[in-house]
Design a protein. Structure first.
Length: 108
């Protein structure tokens, strides 16, 4: 387990430092050109309960589909459950994104 976690932690640390340095340089370049740093601002998480609700519904649907795949096919139990849970949770988050984008376009 440690042989997996150490490289992951190392690359995550390197990526984090690189990301912070690049972002700092971008901010300095924007300040030098007298431009605003609005690209770094983000809107507050709009409707977080909808987002987490859709994600949890996706997890539940994924668990049911994983149980069905485990019983109906020759897939490993871990593959059936984890794959379908990840897929349907991601689908729930995608639905949330599309819903928010549609409402944002209609409000403008």
């Amino acid at each position: 387990m440690t042989e997996i976690l150490v490289p992951i932690a190392f690359f995550a640390t390197v990526y984090g430092i690189f990301h912070l340095l690049v972002r700092r340089k971008e901010r300095i370049a924007l300040i030098e050109r007298d431009k605003t740093a609005r690209i770094f601002e983000y809107e507050a998480n709009s409707q977080p309960s909808l987002k987490y609700g859709l994600m949890l519904v996706g997890v539940a649907v994924g668990a049911f589909v994983g149980a069905w795949l485990d019983a109906a096919t020759h897939l490993n139990e871990e593959v059936a459950y984890l794959g379908s849970i990840a897929f349907f949770a991601g689908a729930g988050l995608l639905i949330h994104f599309l819903f928010i984008r549609k409402n944002k376009d209609q409000n403008e």
